[in-house]
Design a protein around this ligand. Structure first.
Ligand code: UDX
Length: 440
């Protein structure tokens, strides 16, 4: 394999679009494929079809370099590239915990049918343990060239930091079953490895599990601190101080110990559920039964937030105007998949509140899922005349709010801080009734 293999990226969602653009930045020639013509048209026009800081600039930089192109044609991809990264989604199955592998199977099958020359196919999608071995068999069965091999390379990027995480990852994990596959995938990450990134070379099953184990750990850390928040609420203790205090222990660490409305998004919730489902099939359901609690603690925070607002609204949402600040599952993202903020907004609207929702980036995506809410384009419009303000996604714009200024706009100075990012002393000092999760 030459030092710089040519790459393809199959699936141009959050993961694939970021991976394709960043690999060009690292010096590779890349072709991106998606079966969704609209996505490919947008990318060809230089548009990233979602909000991700830094990515549009990087796409613009490389658009006309001749090193990056996009297609919907598998034959073109198979002809062009030496290494193929499969980056398609694995959503939760409707009404079940298990992951839906339809897109993974379709991508592997379509690619394999066209692979007439030696190639390495690299799975990046988050999948249940055992999928890689099945995909290796599929490649062997379907591909006309019998020199096609598989590697598994889980991806750990965070939305909002996707460019940084792709260019400078914490670690690279390569699940490979041959020396050639290892050397080839190393050549596809050469600049990252030369930069000092740690590499873990392992088997398929471990590589698959690293991803779900990492996400399970992160989800557990968040639910642990949110469980402590429940206890704090019963004892009058302050969960943010508790987190600071235990976080000083380097073995625990302060990161991912922010108590509040809990986790959402396209990864953590569905990945822990898929893990529960797969562990059941493998006969080790007891080993991960704690993840059911992790999920339940997480969802209880949403219900608690609705309750806190109810308390401030004298026991009823009916006929009140509620300003909801935030719809995205976290700041610096327009993603509303399994968003705690949007879930709470919809829930209080069902209880009769008139919800005025403002998110700096996610209004459009939120409106597709919950058209019944009223979306406004500024913080000012959201809070004007509100009986209650609910801060549910911690965008900087909301962290920096001035309690006096916001107070001059609202009807009643009532606020629920669902992310523990405001200073209670400052807000109470300005005459607000301030409530938050896990703080007195
Ligand atoms: C996550 C993993 O971090 C990433 O490694 C993996 O590849 C995909 O899933 P992401 O979904 O982008 O990334 O978001 P992340 O930053 O991990 O946040 C997940 C959720 O947890 C958000 O809803 C966030 O608000 C919440 N969270 C995070 C907390 O509630 N408290 C915290 O302390 C940290």
């Amino acid at each position: 394999m030459s030092e710089r293999p040519r790459l393809s990226v199959i699936g141009t969602g959050y993961l694939g679009a970021t991976h394709a653009v960043c690999m060009v930045e690292l010096g590779y020639e890349v072709i991106g494929l998606d079966v969704d013509h609209a996505k490919i048209d947008a990318l060809r026009a230089g548009q990233i079809p979602f909000f991700e800081p830094g990515l549009p600039e990087l796409l613009a930089k490389h658009m006309d370099s001749g090193k990056l192109r996009f297609t919907t044609d598998y034959a073109e991809v198979a002809e062009f590239a030496d290494v193929h990264f499969v980056c398609v989604g694995t959503p939760q199955k409707q009404g079940q915990y298990a992951a839906d592998l339809t897109y993974v199977e379709a991508a592997f099958t379509s690619l394999a049918q066209h692979l007439t020359r030696r190639a390495l196919v690299v799975g990046k999608s988050t999948v249940p343990a055992g999928t890689a071995a099945r995909m290796a068999q599929l490649l062997a069965d379907v591909s006309p060239n019998k020199d096609v091999e598989l590697a598994w390379n889980p991806e750990f990027l965070r939305e909002g930091f996707a460019v940084e995480d792709t260019l400078r990852p914490d670690r690279l994990v390569f699940g490979v079953h041959s020396e050639w596959a290892e050397q080839t995938i190393r050549s596809a990450f050469a600049p990252v490895i030369e930069n000092g990134c740690p590499v873990i070379v392992t088997d398929y099953a471990t590589a698959e599990l690293v991803k779900v184990a990492a996400n399970s750990f992160l989800a557990t850390k968040i639910s642990f601190i949110n469980a402590m928040a429940e206890v704090c609420e019963a004892t009058g203790a302050d969960v943010t101080q508790l987190a600071d205090a235990i976080g000083h222990d380097a073995r625990i660490g302060r990161r991912f110990l922010n108590a509040g409305l809990g986790f959402g998004g396209g990864c953590l919730p569905k990945d822990i559920r898929a893990f529960i489902a797969r562990a059941g099939e493998l006969g080790v359901d007891q080993a991960v039964s704690f993840l059911r609690d992790v999920d339940e603690i997480n969802l209880r925070r949403r219900a608690r937030t609705v309750e806190l607002g109810l308390d401030l609204n004298d026991g009823s949402y009916r006929g009140t105007k509620v300003a909801v600040l935030g719809a995205a599952f976290k700041p610096n993202s327009d993603d509303v998949r399994d968003s705690p903020a949007l879930d709470v907004a919809a829930s209080i609207a069902r209880r009769g509140a008139e919800v005025y929702l403002y998110d700096p980036e996610a209004n459009a995506n939120a409106a597709k899922r919950h058209p019944e809410l009223t979306y406004v384009n500024t913080l000012d419009e959201a809070v004007s005349g509100a009986d209650l303000v609910m801060l549910l996604t911690e965008w900087n714009e909301f962290r920096q709010m001035d309690p006096e200024f916001i107070g001059s706009k609202v009807n009643k100075r009532n606020i629920v801080d669902g992310r523990n990012v405001l200073d209670p002393v400052q807000w109470r000092g300005a005459g607000w009734v301030y409530r938050s999760l896990g703080r007195p």
